[in-house]
Design a protein around this ligand. Sequence first.
Ligand SMILES: Cc1cc2nc3c(=O)[nH]c(=O)nc-3n(C[C@H](O)[C@H](O)[C@H](O)COP(=O)(O)O)c2cc1C
Length: 188
Amino acid sequence: MKVVAFNGSPRKDGNTLILINGVFNELEKEGIGTELVQLSEKEIRGCIACYKCIENKDQRCAVKNDAANEYIEKMLGAEGIILGSPVYFNDVTPEMKALIDRTGYVSRANGRMFKNKVGAAVAAVRRSGAVHTIDSMNHFFLSGEMILVGRAMGMGRERGEVEKDEEGMRLVKTLGQRMAWLLKKIHG
Ligand SMILES: Cc1cc2nc3c(=O)[nH]c(=O)nc-3n(C[C@H](O)[C@H](O)[C@H](O)COP(=O)(O)O)c2cc1C
């Protein structure tokens, strides 16, 4: 059993990663495999609305010159998906939005191919916009007919500051425990 997490922060080792790792720790305690994808490492652009995925129905994006298809592959190979983003102007980062649009549309074009995977969203926030940011990521899970297990947000601005947010760190721990519990219920 495996969970793949996508970190939408351009700051690879920042607060969003700390939150993702908080979820991963609990999953790993339960013997569930984890894989981290840093969206900042490879290019992924927005959807160009060619609608070729609807014609082709081959579980792939027709634009093949960036990382979208690699990420689709990773999602298909996992039982659980975590989306993590810092809050940028009260919403997800452009990298996370590109991931959602590109993979989400291919999923729709192929009968919602991530259906029944377990999803969770985490957001790192300095002060405002965490709920809206989490909602943006939840649309990916809900419109894809995935199973939403929960969400968590942690507060901080500087790299690592989120660790001082005790409640935020507690939320990611609980989220990891619940995700492990649900995955085990579904997949034994
Ligand atoms: C371009 C930009 C926009 C931001 N917008 C917001 C915002 O709207 N609300 C907020 O509370 N924090 C905002 N922040 C702060 C980040 O969400 C915060 O520093 C977060 O912890 C960064 O996570 P990271 O270390 O994973 O990149 C913004 C930061 C940047 C660089």
